[in-house]
Design a protein around this ligand. Structure first.
Ligand code: FAD
Length: 466
């Protein structure tokens, strides 16, 4: 039987990063993955394929709607070849997951393919083509999450689908009904909207992206409506019925009146649930909480002292970069180091266009905590860079402590917000004041000038270009 210092169960961004860091720190490491490719949800059916389709559909939309304004004329009609678009997405996925195979080899990490389940706290059975048993001094559970569902919805995975099927449709829906106005629903909704589908979003809460700052929700809602999305907030879905090629969704609006949506596809994107099926956690002494998450302490250690857990399977934001930070954190903890994660500084991003990004506290959170804060906001449309590319929607909003001027939250909607938020993370990591950022030179013309201007607005209301 092979023995390891560390076994990692699950090869998503949490698991494979944890394995690499363990190997870098000199630990003999194994990784166990039940699927034939490494990379987990993120690389196979999450972050990477969704961004590949967002990029392709964005090119198409530009060609159809914006090229002419730029003086680019295309003789004949611009057409979508969905099969080719999906095939390109798959080749991006294949290259990316292949890269993880390379990284495992490079770091001399043993890869086991099969379902990992605990025999006891130091032994894991791997059921693949044959059953193998390994011994591990320490184990990191990184088994991730799966799409969740509403109890009354039958997912047939043909017309009533999850994000996984939405990444490989064979036709462009005529009318896609998206249940859930969170990140995944809006991103995939935008892919098919750009390709020509009618898209209706049905959201239970009173606004889309309800976990983010309300100002971001409002701006994104406005922009998506301009893009002809039909957004129905405060609608409680009661039933989803498939009749041949038609899907009928019934919901109660906020007045309690039943509303019916008829489409040909329904994407159910109501969140994700932690995944521990088949893991046999209890025999190792690993406790789950009532939400099905693996319970961990501040060291990400489970109720079994040699077993840790990271990523979507534990509490906190379900994000790839959060899982990665936790992977490094556990590896370094096992090596006797004293790592640290500031969960307040894990950025959240929505990759619609315009993009939405945020880090730190929202206005709602600051109000609830009774913090005295000031706001500096700057619209993207006032930037030369925005006019040059005709990306005029959105703003950057900086929230700073009223007394000390320390930046407490940065919220933005706009072109390349996903990349720009990194500046806010760096500033907040070093506990910058709004004035610090306002005095740093930002290249002109760039979208990041909106961050400087918002910082100027937050300190004595002195933006220069508005
Ligand atoms: P996962 O990536 O879920 O990996 C877990 C792995 O464990 C899986 O491969 C699974 O097969 C394996 N496994 C489970 N049980 C066992 C077992 N018993 N034995 C062996 N293997 C097992 N996040 C972002 O930060 N940015 C994005 O842009 C983004 N886009 C997304 C888009 C979509 C459509 C979806 C669905 C998700 C997106 N996410 C995004 C979320 C992101 O994918 C997850 O937060 C991330 O993958 C979590 O990583 P993880 O390592 O915890 O688990």
């Amino acid at each position: 039987m092979n023995s390891y210092d560390v076994a990692v169960i699950g090869s998503g961004p949490g698991g494979y990063v944890a394995a690499i860091r363990c190997a870098q720190l000199g630990m003999k490491t194994a990784i166990i993955e039940k699927y034939s490719t490494l990379g987990g949800t993120c690389l196979n059916v999450g972050c990477i394929p969704s961004k590949a389709l967002l990029d392709s559909s964005h090119h198409y939309e530009d060609a159809v709607k914006h090229f002419e304004e730029h003086g680019i004329e295309i003789p004949g009609d611009v057409k979508v070849n969905l099969e080719k678009m999906i095939a390109r997405k798959q080749s991006v996925v294949d290259q990316t997951t292949g890269g993880i195979d390379f990284l495992m080899k490079k770091n001399k990490i043993d890869v086991y393919q099969g379902l990992g389940s605990f025999k006891d706290a130091t032994h894991i059975l791997i059921s693949g083509k044959e059953t193998t048993e390994i011994e591990a001094k320490n184990t990191i559970i990184a088994t991730g999450s799966k799409p969740s569902n509403l109890p009354f919805i039958e997912l047939d995975k043909e017309r009533v689908i999850t994000s996984t099927e939405a990444l490989k449709l064979k036709e462009i829906p005529k009318h896609l009904i998206v249940i859930g106005g969170g990140v995944i629903g809006l991103e995939l909704g935008q892919v098919y909207k750009r390709l020509g589908a009618e898209v209706s979003v049905v959201e239970y809460m009173d606004r889309i992206i309800p976990t983010m700052d309300a100002g971001l929700s409002k701006e994104l809602n406005k922009v998506l409506k301009k893009q002809k999305f039909k957004i129905n907030a405060s609608h409680k879905v009661k039933s989803v019925e498939r009749k041949g090629d038609e899907v009928i969704v019934k919901a109660d609006n906020k007045k309690g009146v039943e509303v019916e949506f008829k489409g040909d596809y329904c994407l159910v994107s109501v969140g994700r649930r932690p995944y521990t099926d088949g893991l046999n956690a209890e025999v190792a002494g690993v406790k789950l909480n009532d939400r099905g998450q693996v319970e961990v302490n501040e060291h990400l250690q489970t109720s079994a002292s040699n077993i840790y857990a990271i990523g979507d399977v534990i509490k906190g934001a379900m994000l790839a970069h959060k899982a990665e930070e936790e992977g490094v954190f556990v590896a370094e903890t096992l090596a006797g180091q004293k790592p640290h994660i500031d969960y307040n500084l894990i950025p959240g991003v929505v990759y619609t266009w315009p993009e939405v990004a945020a880090v730190g506290k929202s206005e709602e959170e600051l109000k609830d905590a009774g913090v005295d804060y000031k706001v500096g906001q700057f619209p993207m449309r006032a930037l030369g860079r925005s006019r040059a590319s005709m990306d005029l929607d959105g703003f950057v909003k900086i929230l700073a402590d009223k007394t000390t001027d320390e930046i407490l939250g940065v919220h933005m909607v706009g072109a390349r917000a996903a990349d720009m938020i990194a500046e806010a993370v760096v500033a907040m990591e070093y506990r910058a004041s709004a004035e610090d950022v306002s005095r740093m030179s930002h290249a002109h013309p760039t979208f990041t000038e909106a961050i400087k201007e918002a910082a100027l607005a937050a300190t004595d209301n002195r933006p220069l270009h508005i």
